[in-house]
Write a new protein. Structure first.
Ligand SMILES: Cc1cc2nc3c(=O)[nH]c(=O)nc-3n(C[C@H](O)[C@H](O)[C@H](O)COP(=O)(O)OP(=O)(O)OC[C@H]3O[C@@H](n4cnc5c(N)ncnc54)[C@H](O)[C@@H]3O)c2cc1C
Length: 297
């Protein structure tokens, strides 16, 4: 289908030049040339199959790990907001659509007296974003809970990836960005509801103590490695509380950058680069961005 036909066939689900700031936790960024808002998985699949393969897609989950640049994203952006169905089978395997929020999946497992997904309560993303980032917290990560995931690529080819095939590693996977993960199967074990509940409560409490809450942020800005914790290097470089315009390094957790008022994406990115420079000078280490920076500067 050419672009004009695509636009008229999916007119109810497509927005042109749609500003994306409200789709991200940072609350910054430019517009999507086209934003596709599918109301169900079948529509998402048919759209991806119908679109010209040279038209690239960018998937936005909860937007808790992305910095969308000020001049926006060319091509099609897809939001998984409405793809959030959950089900469980007799073996306790939970099937979650890509846009299901991690916190809702954790609660769903608790309601069904299934354990193993409690750590999801503290990650403010979606299942699709969690797989892409191999997100984790409190000693658990997606790699351990994922059985397999259904995906479609930019050319409309559908494939089921087993967890082992994704090459899941610390906050990354080996599969390239052109795959849209749309439905995942997660493993759980039989648990006791009150214990699951208490574990989730403890995680929430610990988060509140360690991280800034109720602020516009992208979570951890830079990756840790087995040799260092990014926050320690940032602290040593004297960056705690450092400001650039309305972008600020959190005083509470200095691997978090906060949009304090009306920061632009470039202020946030430039503050990140300033931190990298100062850390390189003070420790000789080049920090790697964990946050995904997308779009045009
Ligand atoms: C306050 C705060 C606390 C955080 N704490 C943690 C933590 O403890 N542990 C941790 O690991 N992370 C943490 N994060 C980061 C973030 O929440 C996770 O990386 C999360 O899993 C991202 O999910 P998302 O849906 O928001 O993805 P997005 O930010 O929307 O996208 C992230 C990447 O995933 C891709 N993506 C999203 N959905 C799909 C899909 N369906 N198919 C293919 N690709 C997709 C996007 O294209 C992008 O490249 C935190 C962030 C914040 C703001």
């Amino acid at each position: 289908m050419n672009i004009d036909n695509l636009k008229s066939s999916y007119t109810n689900y497509l927005k042109l030049n749609k500003n994306l700031s409200s789709f991200t936790w940072f609350g910054v960024g430019g517009s999507a040339e086209m934003l596709f808002l599918p109301d169900n998985i079948d529509r998402a699949i048919s759209f991806i199959k119908d679109k010209p393969s040279e038209l690239k897609i960018f998937v936005i989950g909860a937007g808790s790990n992305v910095l969308i640049r000020d001049n926006g994203i060319p091509g099609v952006s897809i939001t998984t907001k409405k793809l959030n169905k959950l089900s469980i089978d007799i073996n306790g395997i939970i099937t979650a659509e890509a846009g299901a929020l991690d916190i809702n999946v954790a609660r769903f497992a608790r309601e069904h007296e299934r354990t193993g997904l409690e750590f999801l309560v503290g990650i403010p993303g979606t299942i699709g974003g969690g797989i892409r980032m191999n997100s984790g917290a409190f000693g658990s990560e997606f790699k351990e809970i994922l059985i397999d995931v259904k995906a479609i690529n930019n050319s409309g080819i559908i494939k089921i990836f087993k967890s082992e095939e994704l090459g899941m590693k610390y906050r990354n996977i080996d599969i390239c960005d052109e795959w849209f993960f749309y439905s995942a199967r997660l493993k759980t074990s039989k648990g006791i509801k009150s214990r699951i509940h208490n574990k989730m409560k403890d995680i929430i409490e610990l988060r509140k103590k360690a991280q800034p809450t109720g602020v516009k942020t992208g979570g951890s800005t830079f990756m840790n490695t087995s040799n260092y914790k990014a926050w320690q290097l940032i602290d040593k470089a004297g960056c705690r509380g450092l400001k650039l315009g309305d972008a600020k390094v959190s005083e509470k957790h200095c691997n978090f950058i906060i949009n304090t008022k009306k920061s632009s994406a470039s202020e946030i990115e430039n503050l990140g680069e300033l931190i990298r420079k100062k850390v390189l000078e003070s420790s000789g280490i080049k920090l790697n961005w964990e946050i995904k920076k997308v779009g045009i500067k």
